[in-house]
Design a protein around this ligand. Structure first.
Ligand SMILES: *Cc1c(COP(=O)(O)O)cnc(C)c1O
Length: 522
């Protein structure tokens, strides 16, 4: 195979069966693009900067001696560079994004418009509180929606993502346990859990004890009960779980956990399936993070910051971290210090410097208000309907380990339909890229061999789902019929061929240094 200098395949085999390799290395309107440091030329600039008059050396001898090594490009070259890079990317705005457990739903433009209103977009966290009363009111309103929807009395707004919310929840639980004068070092985590759950528990200093799954993809409630004891601090459970199934014995498990003096942490990343239908507070949950960037449509996955507010039960509410938003009947106040909190509050500390992700709060509330209570319920129902449509349409050609259904908001397949074909889950997923789709989540959850987890969300029309199903059905049928060319070495049509992801993870090259400027870009 021939490659151009960026490692992009230029051979006929890689491009198509008719087109000769191009002279430029570009392919039609798909432009090849180097690193900005490779494109830049010294002395080129898009702006005129006046010469600096250095009158007096005030850098204590630290003055730079060599060139700075920044790339020099004209303004149109900079614009083209980033536009070309963006076209190599895949986004929810360019196609169906079936990444299971990630809830890649449409980000409504209305949310963006609201987030850019100067009163929300331009506020600074150190502004005097009287000048940001509107922003505080927005946060307060979002808190009201979150607590109402979950049936929980309190919410900590500052965590910046799901995993950060997990840490917040566990720290609140630890504070509550310590306040009882107890030490409970063990946390139970189902083996189907998202990797952040055990990672968070370990990060917070707990030992992680795995709870097995049953053959039908649920948490083994009996095994869980058997593991409970005076050293168990909490269970971290996801509902719907990462197999896309609702845990039918959740109340029974919550009761057992509470009886053992432990707390029930729920990973609420999958709230998209039940928002407006089930209130986690009614299930006996003590703490749960909500990924605003999943359920409430704020951009994520390289497209924006997350936000992971944590709702807390009555028993944990006093331990909510600073800052605390209060309303004294007259105006809002952001309480920054424990001794000002009053009302029995015993904050365990704080999660971050300021108040959380204002832009995400604005987008999430815009989503909630534009949907309303019935609309949020409808979105959850449609997300579940879409996933069941995919499961029902594909389970005869792709193997579904829990295929009797119904599933919740994601459809889980395994690799047994590929057995003997020479095609792996990885090959199958990579071949989807050539078809214009981002792959589904692969090899997760770990309890299923060669897992493929598809989450269509409620954003997709039936036409869009039908096209997707047609592509996957055809791929599965071809694999089984021994027509496996399209899987070998896929993707072939993407800007880059299949990468050695293991080598990239083990030996990451994170710094670029131009050959002719050894001191630059350090
Ligand atoms: C996405 C996700 C998380 C982590 O959320 P981040 O915002 O990425 O930190 C945790 N658990 C589950 C089940 C998830 O899907």
């Amino acid at each position: 195979m021939t490659m151009n200098k960026q490692g992009r395949a230029t051979s006929i085999e890689a491009q198509s069966d008719v087109a000769p390799p191009t002279i430029s290395g570009d392919r039609g309107l798909d432009h090849e693009e180097g690193l900005i440091f490779e494109l830049g030329r010294p002395g080129m600039t898009g702006v005129d900067v006046p010469d600096v008059q250095m009158s007096e050396e005030r850098l204590g001898g630290q003055r730079r001696r060599g060139p700075i090594g920044l790339p020099g490009l004209s303004e149109p070259e900079v614009v083209r560079h980033y536009v070309r890079l963006s076209r190599m990317n895949y986004a929810i705005d360019s196609g169906l994004y079936p990444l299971g457990s990630c809830t890649m739903k449409h980000n409504p433009r209305l949310n963006e418009k609201m987030a850019r209103l100067p009163g929300f977009g331009d506020v600074h966290p150190l502004q005097p509180q009287q000048t940001v009363q509107g922003a505080f009111q927005l946060i307060g309103e979002l808190m009201r929606w979150l607590t109402t929807m979950t049936g929980m009395p309190a919410v900590a707004m500052s965590p910046k993502a799901g995993a950060h919310g997990e840490l917040c929840g566990l720290l609140a639980i630890r504070a509550a346990i310590e306040a009882r004068g107890e030490k409970r070092p063990r946390i139970l985590v189902p083996e189907s859990a998202h990797g952040t759950n055990p990672a968070t528990a370990a990060f917070a200093g707990f030992t992680v004890d795995e709870v097995p799954a049953t053959k039908d993809g649920h948490v083994d409630a009996d095994a869980l009960e058997a593991k409970l004891g005076p050293d168990v601090c909490a269970i971290m459970l996801t509902n719907p779980n990462t197999c896309g199934l609702f845990e039918p014995r959740i109340i029974e498990m919550a009761n057992a956990v509470h009886k053992a003096g432990a707390y029930f942490y729920c990973d609420g990343a999958n709230f998209n399936a039940i928002a407006g239908r089930v209130r986690p507070g009614d299930l006996g949950i003590d703490a749960m993070h909500i990924n605003l960037h999943k359920t409430f449509s704020t951009p994520h996955g390289g497209g924006g910051p997350g936000a992971g507010p944590v709702v807390l039960s009555e028993r944990l509410a006093p331990y909510a971290p600073l800052p605390l938003l209060m309303h004294d009947g007259n105006e809002f106040r952001m309480i920054e210090h424990a001794d000002e909190a009053g009302g029995g509050a015993k904050p365990f500390g704080r999660m971050c410097a300021f108040h959380g992700q204002m832009g995400m709060f604005t987008r999430a509330l815009a989503y909630m208000l534009s949907h309303g209570r019935d609309g949020i319920r409808q979105a959850s129902e449609d997300a579940v309907l879409s996933a069941n449509y995919i499961l029902a349409s594909l389970k005869d050609v792709m193997s579904a380990p829990f295929g009797e259904g119904p599933c919740m908001h994601e459809a889980l397949f395994d690799d047994s339909f590929l057995e003997g074909t020479g095609v792996t889950t990885l090959d199958f997923a990579k071949a989807m890229i050539d078809e214009g789709y981002h792959p589904m989540t692969m090899y997760f959850p770990l309890v299923v061999h060669g897992a493929m987890l598809i989450e269509p969300t409620e954003s997709e029309s039936k036409d869009s789902l039908d096209r997707f199903i047609h592509v996957l059905r055809t791929m599965a049928q071809e694999a089984k019929a021994g027509k496996i060319q399209r899987f070998e070495g896929a993707p072939r049509l993407a800007p880059r061929r299949r990468l050695d992801e293991t080598a990239a993870a083990r030996k990451p090259v994170l710094r670029w240094r131009p050959k002719n400027l050894p001191q630059a870009a350090e």
